[in-house]
Design a protein around this ligand. Structure first.
Ligand SMILES: Nc1nc2c(c(=O)[nH]1)N=C([C@H](O)[C@H](O)COP(=O)(O)OP(=O)(O)OP(=O)(O)O)CN2
Length: 183
C-alpha cells in the first residue's frame, strides 16, 4: 500500500529578530506564522480515519498554542532580549538546533526544523502515522518546507538533549484519545 498524506493547518503569533542580519530583520518584530502539519500514514482505523483531525488539534496545535503563540523565539546568544523577556514574564523559546545556549537564529528555516522535531516527538506513539513535513510561512509570501531529511543528525541530537524529555512529558500528559465508540 502506498502512503497518503493528511494535513492540518494553523497559525501562531510570535516575535523574533535575526542576530547579525544587516538590514531590517535585525530589528525586533513579529509574524503571524502559518503552518501546515503534514503526516503520512499507511493503515487507517476502521472508521476511516488515519488520525482524527481533532487529535492533531488536541495535541500538536495545542502544544504550539501553549509554547510558541504570543511568545518570542530567540537566539540563545541574544542575552538582552532573553533578559527583557524574563523581566516582563514573557513566553520565550530558545533555539537549540546547535546545542543548548549555542548561537542559532530563529529564521523561518530553523524555526521550521524545531517545529518539525517537536511535532515529530509528540506523535511518536501513534501507530501507522509519521510526520512527513511542515510548511511554515513567516509572511503570506515567504515560507519554507521542512522534511525529515532537512534536519541533520547533529541538529536532532542537540535538540533532543535539550527538549525531548519536555515533549515526551507533554505527550504523556495528553495521552492518545480514542474516537471509535466500539473501543
Ligand atoms: N532565508 C530567509 N530569508 C529571510 C527570512 C528568513 O527567515 N529566512 N526572514 C525574513 C523576514 O523576517 C520575513 O520573513 C520576510 O520579510 P519580507 O522580505 O519583508 O517579506 P514580506 O512578505 O513581508 O514582504 P513583501 O516584500 O511585501 O513580499 C527576510 N528574509
Amino acid at each position: 500500500m502506498g502512503i497518503q498524506l493528511i494535513e492540518r493547518k494553523g497559525s501562531f503569533d510570535a516575535g523574533h529578530r535575526i542576530m547579525n542580519e544587516k538590514t531590517k530583520c535585525f530589528s525586533i518584530h513579529g509574524h503571524t506564522y502559518l503552518y501546515d502539519l503534514i503526516f503520512e500514514f499507511g493503515a487507517m482505523e476502521q472508521i476511516g480515519y488515519a488520525i482524527d483531525f481533532k487529535e492533531i488539534k488536541r495535541v500538536g496545535v495545542q502544544w504550539i498554542e501553549d509554547t510558541l503563540d504570543h511568545g518570542v523565539i530567540l537566539n540563545p546568544k541574544d542575552v538582552e532580549l532573553i533578559k527583557a523577556a524574563d523581566a516582563t514574564k514573557s513566553r520565550r523559546w530558545l533555539m537549540s538546533l546547535n546545542g543548548e545556549g549555542e548561537y542559532c537564529n530563529p529564521s523561518v528555516e530553523n524555526v521550521a526544523k524545531e517545529l518539525f522535531l517537536a511535532i515529530d516527538a509528540l506523535f511518536l506513539e501513534y501507530q501507522d502515522l509519521r510526520l512527513h513535513s511542515i510548511k511554515l510561512h513567516e509572511t503570506p509570501n515567504c515560507a519554507t518546507t521542512c522534511f525529515r531529511s532537512s534536519i541533520s543528525n547533529e541538529e536532532r541530537d542537540n535538540w533532543s538533549r535539550f527538549r525531548l524529555e519536555q515533549l515526551k512529558s507533554y505527550a504523556a500528559e495528553k495521552g492518545i484519545m480514542n474516537y471509535d465508540d466500539r473501543k
